[in-house]
Design a protein around this ligand. Structure first.
Ligand SMILES: [Zn+2]
Length: 205
């Protein structure tokens, strides 16, 4: 199966579905990660791109860059067509992207543009990050033994680990707590949770 993650900034995908990617990669599925900006507002773009490539190596994933400006992603035909080009080339069976309700404008716009660009894709799931609002998931992935791998791909984004804007809270602690909370909802220890745009139960997971 081919899986495409579409994130606004380096490390969004790792928080939202890094454990799922690690699990699916280990099972032999192809992981593709499209990052719409280089995250230059949150750090040096060259550093952030290197961190993203390091994470992709851990996940055996292929990385693609959208070339848009951090905090300034426009909800335009240009953005939708860029996403459509990647979807046409990669032909993913399953897409993960941001939830449409989020305090970050880039997350909202990438979610909305993906909803349009992925209109012919049979499986599209929205993930959560710390800025997500009104998230009521109904699809879960047990990431049990893959939590260390999820934390490793978040650690690959070394410049971001302490950028939670909450004193003494690291992104690693936040990710682990989220996994425990979503895991308990799913009756397992650690899980990632998703809101479906569309999920077809006959895909070969
Ligand atoms: Zn982001």
């Amino acid at each position: 199966m081919k899986i495409l993650g579409i994130g606004s900034h380096p490390d969004d995908l790792e928080f939202g579905c890094g454990g799922t990617f690690a699990k699916f990669s280990k099972a032999g599925h192809q992981i593709h990660m499209l990052i719409v900006t280089s995250g230059e507002i949150g750090g040096e773009p060259a550093v952030r791109r290197r961190e993203q490539e390091r994470s992709a190596r851990i996940l055996k994933a292929k990385t693609y860059w959208g070339g848009f400006r951090d905090t300034d992603i426009p909800l335009t035909r240009e953005l939708i067509q860029m996403l459509e080009r990647h979807i046409r080339d990669i032909k993913p069976n399953l897409i993960f992207t941001h939830h449409f309700d989020d305090t970050h404008q880039d997350h909202r716009k990438v979610s909305q543009a993906t909803t349009t660009a992925a209109r012919h894709v049979r499986n599209v799931l929205y993930f959560e990050v710390p800025s997500t609002l009104n998230f009521n998931p109904s699809v879960y992935v047990d990431i049990g033994t893959f939590l260390p791998r999820k934390l490793a791909v978040l650690k690959a984004h070394r410049s971001q680990v302490f950028q939670t804007k909450v004193p003494d809270l690291t992104i690693l602690e936040s990710a682990k707590s989220t996994a425990v909370f979503r895991g308990y909802q799913d009756r397992v220890k650690y899980a990632e949770a998703f809101v479906p745009m569309r999920l077809s139960l006959d895909f070969a997971a």
